[in-house]
Design a protein around this ligand. Structure first.
Ligand code: AMP
Length: 235
């Protein structure tokens, strides 16, 4: 499906970080990469939304930050990643979607992932205009978390999830005000990680426009190119 070069090897060992603005398609591509390579899709945003829904103490801590479009404190997020991704029973591979979000989190990840490190950091590129268009028409399944776009990938039955039949809703933080705040934080805190990963030879920038299949083909090519290289992240 990549068009050229070797295809994915589902050996369960791939370690990827996905960067990109909100609405750049990280969730969709992370899901696809995780199933192609047989690794876990870890979304800190999904983990927090599930915690809010369950009313746990983690959820109560995260909720106020999320509603304002602010970042949940680093120590809370890092503890979630440490437990779920680097716990004693955690599998070796992962696709991280929404973590790290700032330099402190990137450094914490570098420590936790040592000595093997990660294979590649994919920066999914989509302009502010493009993501604003996508976010305002984004809908999410309240049961399984599948995402839809009312314009480019609508559900077959309006308001219902194609996968599980759950009800679709608009995220509380997909309001204009919260979107603006989240994009500001992305530019100020997360975008500098692009240079940080580039300096480490781990960055691959991928055009996030076009169909989901086209973007997946580009992402897989970038992953394969990095995996083929010798170096600390090449396993
Ligand atoms: P997302 O679904 O990735 O857009 O995340 C939704 C919200 O969860 C964010 O706006 C933050 O409030 C919170 N969140 C998710 N990941 C992180 C993270 N790595 N660091 C801090 N807050 C996060």
């Amino acid at each position: 499906m990549t068009g050229a070069g070797p295809g994915p090897v589902a050996d369960g060992a791939l370690r990827v970080v996905l960067l990109g603005r909100q609405g750049s398609g990280k969730g969709t591509q992370a899901d696809r990469l995780a199933s192609l390579y047989g690794v876990a899709h870890v979304s800190t945003g999904d983990a927090f939304r599930a915690a809010v829904k369950s009313g746990s103490s983690l959820g109560r801590t995260a909720q106020a930050y999320m509603e304002r479009g602010e970042l949940v404190p680093d120590e809370v997020v890092v503890a979630v990643i440490r437990e779920h991704v680097f716990g004693p029973a955690s599998p070796p591979g992962f696709v991280l979607d929404g973590f790290p979000r700032n330099l402190a989190q990137a450094e914490a990840l570098e420590d936790m992932a040592a000595p093997r490190g990660i294979d590649v950091c994919i920066d999914l590129e989509a302009s502010v205009d493009e993501v604003l268009r996508r976010l305002s028409s984004r809908r999410v399944c309240s049961s399984c978390g599948a995402t839809y776009n009312l314009v480019s990938s609508p559900p077959k039955v309006p308001g219902r999830c194609d996968v599980c039949g759950g009800t679709l809703y608009q995220r509380d933080d997909d309001t204009e005000e919260a979107i603006r705040r989240r994009l500001e934080i992305y530019e100020a805190e997360t975008a500098p990680l692009i240079a940080w990963y580039r300096e480490r030879g781990l960055l691959a920038s991928v055009d996030g426009t076009g169909s989901a299949d086209e973007v997946t083909a580009r992402v897989v090519s970038a992953v394969e190119a990095h995996r083929a290289r010798p170096g600390p992240g090449a396993g």
